[in-house]
Design a protein around this ligand. Structure first.
Ligand SMILES: Cc1ncc(COP(=O)(O)O)c(C=O)c1O
Length: 452
């Protein structure tokens, strides 16, 4: 039921992403208009804890004055400039230098975009270009994982392994292949140990590579932990084992740090937490703490060099966006990274993590929470009908939505991914606020329990 003018106009005019468009017409949209720290407010003045940091992006919380000032100053000084045809500007130069310093690469280059999706399309194009430049035109197939999320543009949407992002869009494109999801709780066979599980996944990956042509894959992309696919945390030895298979067939591993990057798992990078060796890195979201759209691909020099040479033969490196390295976005991102250092934010995450994870674990005692999982300041609850058999509620997705709605009514925004409840608050959250957030979540789960 729509109760106010803005809601009516929303239904009339707004085409919402990632929304059931029929259900939306009968929903009162949650219209937010203010944020302070970890809290956001709707147009009726109700306060919520932003338990998903927007869309996993708002690390610094809302209303950061220094970012506001930085954006205003940059807009005033030089509000737009492109990086095409050897033009440049200070914010892009300084941010690229900073990102190379933070990256695992001694030397490398940063290619800017506007979203995680377009950055992953850039990855796809870079590796295509690279293989053509290296005279390996057969290496055109691409590996990703079921339930992985890498965006929704045509190439990144093909990398994504979620059916709803494919159905009716005629995705994935041919040449994209999805290997197993490294989620032990759901994917293990009976009596399988975690080690056995990883060995099976590695073997399946190798068989897929052999079947499709051992010299035909240009790259594999993976998130350190799968975020939007349900906060799925891989077993400890997953990446080292998987990567030894990739190494055998000369397949680089693209590290999608869009959710994990900048402290979320307790290290600056997710690859550190999960022992990945990234051949190339995608970043977005917390790069600007979500304050302004910006993304980037970071490549080491050995990937850049052959691309550079080939661009000379073509006459131009024919890829780039109008807003690649937008000066306001770069200035805000650079200031964001400075603030992370000033606040010692990644250490703060390490400090807060034990309390956060203790509260996550406690929720595992509810009869309908099959798995309570998390690392750093990200977590999820897998809601099941039967804890022993792991049977889902029917229809799948209904109770997840119900729980998210109860939480929202009680002042906490969480994300329901099917029947998985995801939690990923701003990284500035304090210990007291962690308790406040989990008190609401626990009370909401108790309320749900009474209703089933
Ligand atoms: C790991 C990962 N990669 C890529 C993307 C796509 O980013 P965007 O929505 O900015 O296009 C997302 C978005 O949630 C993501 O979680």
């Amino acid at each position: 039921m729509k109760t106010d003018n803005l809601a009516i106009k929303d239904i009339e005019n707004l085409f919402h992403p990632a929304t059931n468009l029929v259900v939306h017409e009968d929903t009162d949209p949650l219209i937010l208009n203010k944020g302070e720290g970890i809290y956001v407010y709707d147009i009726h003045g109700n306060r919520y804890i932003e338990g998903l940091a927007g869309l996993w992006c708002n690390a610094l919380g809302f209303g950061n004055e220094s970012l506001v000032e930085t954006a205003a100053n940059q807009m005033q000084k030089f509000g737009y400039g492109s990086l095409f045809a050897s033009k440049s500007h200070e914010p892009a130069i300084m941010l690229s230098e900073k990102l190379i310093e933070m990256s695992p690469y001694q030397e490398g280059k940063v290619f800017f975009g506007n979203s995680g999706s377009d950055a992953n399309d850039t990855q796809y194009k870079l590796f295509t270009y690279l293989n053509n430049a290296l005279g390996k035109p057969k290496k055109k197939k691409f590996l990703a994982r079921k339930k992985g999320y890498h965006g929704i543009t045509v190439a990144s949407g093909s990398m994504t392994g979620i059916p709803a992002n494919h159905k009716l869009f005629d995705l994935p494109l041919p040449n994209f292949f999805h290997t197993d999801t490294p989620h032990f709780y759901r994917e293990q066979t009976s009596n399988e140990t975690e080690e056995g599980f990883v060995a099976r996944l590695a073997n399946n990956l190798e068989q897929l590579i052999i079947k499709e042509g051992s010299d035909s894959f240009m790259a594999m992309i993976a998130e350190p932990l799968i975020g939007a696919g349900g906060v799925l945390i891989p077993p400890k030895n997953y990446f080292p084992v998987i990567q030894s298979v990739l190494d055998k067939y000369d397949i680089p591993l693209i590290d999608d740090e869009v959710v994990c990057g900048f402290g979320r798992t307790g290290n600056c990078w997710g690859y550190e937490t999960f022992s990945m060796r990234p051949s190339s890195i995608t970043i977005a979201k917390a790069l600007s703490s979500g304050y302004i759209p910006i993304s980037a691909v970071i490549v080491p020099e050995e990937i850049f060099e052959p691309i550079k040479k080939a661009s000379n033969e073509v006459g131009v490196f024919g890829h780039g966006y109008t807003y690649s390295g937008h000066p306001v976005a770069c200035a805000v991102a650079l200031r964001t990274l400075e603030i992370y250092e000033e606040l010692n934010l990644f250490s703060h995450v390490v400090k807060i993590t034990p309390k956060f994870q203790e509260r996550v674990n406690k929720l595992g005692t509810f009869e309908f929470v099959g798995e309570a999982r998390g690392i750093g300041l990200i977590a999820a609850l897998e809601i099941v009908k039967n804890k022993d058999t792991k049977e889902n509620f029917d229809p799948y997705g209904k109770v997840g939505k119900q729980i998210a709605e109860i939480c929202q009514k009680n002042g906490l925004i969480v994300r329901a991914i099917g029947d998985v409840i995801a939690i990923c608050p701003p990284l500035i959250i304090t210990e007291e606020q962690v308790d406040e957030m989990f008190d609401i979540l626990e009370a909401s789960l108790t309320e749900f329990e009474k209703s089933v």
